[in-house]
Ligand binder design. Structure first.
Ligand code: NAG
Length: 317
């Protein structure tokens, strides 16, 4: 009978350690900033979520809640980012309602938020199934369509044109090559106002200018102002990434942080961490030791340990 209370204590202690272990495991797997999202490599200034990458890019760019796609979100919708060129500071989105040679469909307006740091890149818009004649299409009085282009005749050889209610080999005066394209004062490609049903956007003709099934489709965007972010941060971030960290920023103040692991953020890089983050590791192991003696006093010891431990973790975030 005398052994019973100490047996209870052992069970409680065991429970504490198992819980702590599980908690630690879950936190370890759930890195605050990810280096990939689906098949995309995510590097600064792109980020997988809040606090990751550059604060200028969030909340416009983030990894989808399912974690399978990097998305650009604007007032007109969410668009998968299908490629990023870190050297030219450009990226390509593929709007789900965009037409291609394999599938043509009606599209809602496509737009960018004025406050976002992005603008149209050099892709070519083909406005499809417009009310003829497209030579009269204009934005604020200036004609929109490049009438001399063969691109319309080429894309109209795709059998999927029937998806837009057009006959096979439709007359080309219902198609408009709009390049360089500009968004209107609402930041949109206003298909409704232009009286067009859909659009295709071509990033590259891939050395097959007359074979639209070989073209690369997508809307190229670039960061406003050319270079992706400021020189000082770019340099700091580079060192952080080389040391195995992910570049991010501290929410509210937006100051640079290098995210090294789920518990370690630093203003330097992961090799030369600033000292303020070192005691956290030490603190955790000390607390585990001291919690032993606390736990002997009963469950209250455990819960106070647990709460102070959680507080300590969140104090750094
Ligand atoms: C580290 O920074 C990231 C990004 O700001 C944040 O999500 C995370 O909670 C921080 N972690 C710690 C332990 O402070």
């Amino acid at each position: 009978m005398e052994n019973l209370p100490s047996f209870n204590i052992i069970v409680i202690l065991l429970f504490c350690y198992v819980t702590q272990f599980i908690l630690w495991q879950t936190l370890a797997q759930d890195l605050p900033c990810r280096t990939t999202c689906g098949s995309m490599q995510v590097k600064y200034p792109f980020g997988s979520g809040h606090g990751c990458g550059s604060p200028r890019f969030h909340p416009y760019i983030a990894c989808s809640p399912e974690g399978d796609q990097l998305l650009l979100t604007t007032h007109t919708g969410s668009y998968p980012i299908t490629s990023i060129s870190y050297t030219t500071s450009t990226f390509i989105i593929t709007p789900p309602h965009m037409s291609t040679c394999t599938s043509m469909q009606q599209s809602p307006n496509l737009g960018l938020d004025w406050a976002s740091p992005f603008q149209l890149g050099s892709s070519t818009f083909l406005l499809l199934s417009c009310t003829p004649p497209t030579s009269s299409l204009n934005i604020k009085g200036s004609p929109v369509c490049d009438t001399s282009s063969y691109l319309c005749a080429s894309i109209y050889t795709c059998p999927s044109v029937i998806g837009l209610g057009l006959p096979l080999f439709p007359p080309t005066n219902t198609c408009c090559v709009y390049s360089p394209a500009n968004f209107n004062s609402k930041g949109e490609l206003d298909l409704q106002k232009l009286n067009c049903m859909g659009f295709a956007s071509v990033v590259s003709l891939q050395e097959h200018p007359t074979d639209p099934s070989q073209w690369q489709y997508g809307v190229e965007l670039k960061s406003r102002g050319g270079a992706l972010d400021d020189y000082y941060i770019d340099n700091k971030c580079n060192t952080c990434e080389i040391s195995g960290g992910v570049c991010g920023y501290a929410p509210l103040v937006n100051s640079f942080v290098c995210v090294c692991s789920d518990t370690i953020n630093t203003t330097m890089d992961c090799n030369t961490r600033s000292l303020q983050n070192q005691p956290e590791l030490a603190w955790n192991s000390v607390s585990l030791l001291s919690s032993k003696s606390e736990a002997v006093d009963g469950v209250s010891g455990w819960s106070s340990f647990r709460w102070s431990s959680l507080r300590k973790r969140t104090a750094y975030s």
